[in-house]
Design a protein. Structure first.
Length: 261
């Protein structure tokens, strides 16, 4: 009998409660990709919460472009950190240099996503398109599924969980995949058999409503204040990047001065 692996390919939260919930909902693996966090910290936390029953794979959702017109791109299988607030070309070039898996979360959604023209431009580099997550309204899911079909790209679904209770509401099942980081990365890269599924019923709809409501915080004055202070860890001018992304930064260095001190 072939082995099936149930993966939630994009979550923002990770602690003991999240791990327990993921296991209770039958997941084998999570991809943990929090905002404004450098890859070494993500990788360390992922390792801390992985065990024989649940694999946590590190990922990085990069904010390419300005806050007003940002494009989220999810990289999995990265070996080096990639900063936020660089132009999209630079982010995609860096993913290519590292041979990372490139996933498109919530396509054409609000002002935080790749549009159809972006998908067409990077079609050969993109590995899969998200066609279902709880922050989507039904029309968003239909549009995403149509986009995946138009460009003949594999689909994936995730909880995109910003709230602990949403973890495991959506998953993608892969066939004949071992529960290792390398195997999950290659499964996300491949066009092999997969199925996108979500929990049914009223509770699922309530979870979706809660996640959609969380968008108001995500785009609130509090978040804008955090941007103004400068995302310390993923600032493109941070010394950890050795100046490699200075020319690709979409904001002037002065905006991030506080995070450099």
């Amino acid at each position: 009998m072939s082995r099936e692996l149930r993966v939630d390919p994009h979550v923002k939260v990770l602690d003991r409660t999240v791990v327990a919930r993921a296991k209770a909902r039958g997941l084998d693996a999570l991809v943990y990709a929090p905002h404004f966090t450098r890859l070494p910290a993500i990788r360390e936390r992922a390792a801390r919460f992985s065990d024989d029953d649940l694999l946590v794979v590190p990922g990085r959702e990069v904010f390419a472009g300005t806050w007003r017109e940002r494009k989220h791109v999810l990289g999995v299988g990265l070996s080096e950190p990639v900063p936020d607030f660089v132009d999209l070309d630079a982010a995609m070039d860096e993913f290519a240099r590292q041979d990372a898996v490139v996933l498109v979360p919530h396509p054409t959604f609000a002002t935080v996503s790749l549009e159809a023209a972006d998908v067409e431009r990077y079609r050969e580099q993109i590995d899969a398109i998200e066609v279902y997550n709880p922050k989507h309204l039904p029309a968003h899911n239909r549009n995403a599924l149509e986009l995946a079909g138009r460009f003949d790209l594999p689909a994936f679904g995730s909880s995109y969980a910003h709230l602990r209770g949403t973890v495991g509401e959506v998953w993608t099942t892969f066939e004949d995949v071992e529960p290792t980081e390398a195997a999950v990365v290659e499964a996300l890269r491949s066009d092999g058999p997969r199925r996108v599924a979500h929990r049914p019923g009223r509770t699922h709809r309530l979870r979706c409503t809660a996640e959609f409501g969380h968008l108001f915080y995500e785009n609130s004055a509090d978040k804008l204040y955090k941007l103004w202070k400068g995302p310390k860890a993923t600032n493109p001018y941070h010394p950890a990047y050795g100046g490699r992304f200075d020319d690709a930064a979409v904001y002037p260095r002065a905006l991030h001065e506080r995070s450099l001190s």
